[in-house]
Design a protein around this ligand. Structure first.
Ligand SMILES: N[C@@H](CCC(=O)N[C@@H](CS)C(=O)NCC(=O)O)C(=O)O
Length: 227
């Protein structure tokens, strides 16, 4: 098999999507941790357009953008399929993956705001989450059905990062009372053995998020004081 390398970053949910897909497929790969504040020459060469992780390198050829990488993985290693076979179901999975990607900024604005702005951000996030709860998830165990698929991997950050972001920002958005199906899905997703074994260290993630949050709160207070 041609060599597979993944350039990622510990706290990055986009990197974890790719790790999960490779692990679910049983693809062996070398993981290279990027130091994002000082990007390596390799990263700048492999992803000269966006200069971001994750980047998958297969047989020396780089692929960027996590959702593009997921599709590549699914096509290259068809074993343990992560997309439905049926063309319409596959199109629907892609529709929701795109929806989640487009709504990603709406879903995490609560972490980047304080006070009234944060209250509004939570309201808007809840509207999006309600759509996922009612229309994308329904009564299924996973978004794909009985097994973890690309939709689950794309929404995966909601199952772990969101919780840590809520904790850091001192709020709670997804609860068993307001979004019972999503809440259950988070449990199911984290109980999958591959996902469970491949999550960032919670303490490290919380420490990373706390530093980010402190900067955000400071910036918001300076802005509101007219600085
Ligand atoms: N749309 C990209 C987003 C990737 C992304 O934002 N990566 C972050 C880490 S979480 C990054 O590399 N940031 C470096 C930078 O913005 O300079 C994807 O899905 O792969």
């Amino acid at each position: 098999m041609e060599q597979v390398k993944l350039y990622g970053f510990g706290p990055s949910p986009f990197s974890y999507r790719v790790i999960w897909a490779l692990k679910l497929k049983g693809v062996r790969f070398e993981y290279i941790e990027e130091n994002l504040p000082v990007k390596s020459p390799q990263l700048l060469q492999l992803n000269p357009i966006h200069k971001k992780v994750p980047v998958l390198v297969h047989g020396g050829k780089p692929i960027s953008e996590s959702l593009v990488i997921l599709e590549y993985i699914e096509e290259t290693w068809p074993e343990n399929p992560l997309l439905p076979k049926d063309a319409h179901e596959k199109a629907m999975a892609r529709f929701w993956i795109r929806f989640a990607q487009e709504k990603y900024p709406t879903l995490n604005t609560f972490f980047r705001t304080v006070g009234q702005d944060q209250e509004l951000a939570i309201k808007e996030a809840l509207q999006v989450l309600q759509i996922l709860e009612d229309q994308a998830l329904g009564n299924k165990k996973f978004f794909n059905g009985e097994t973890v698929g690309l939709m689950d991997l794309s929404f995966g950050w909601l199952a772990y990062w969101n919780e840590c972001m809520e904790e850091t920002a001192g709020t709670k958005i997804i609860e068993s009372t307001n979004l019972p199906r999503l809440h259950k899905w988070i449990k199911n997703f984290k109980q999958n053995p591959i996902i469970q074994e491949n999550l960032p260290c919670r303490d490290n993630l919380l420490a990373y998020l706390r530093t980010k949050r402190e900067k955000i709160v400071l910036r918001c207070s300076l802005t509101s004081n007219g600085h």
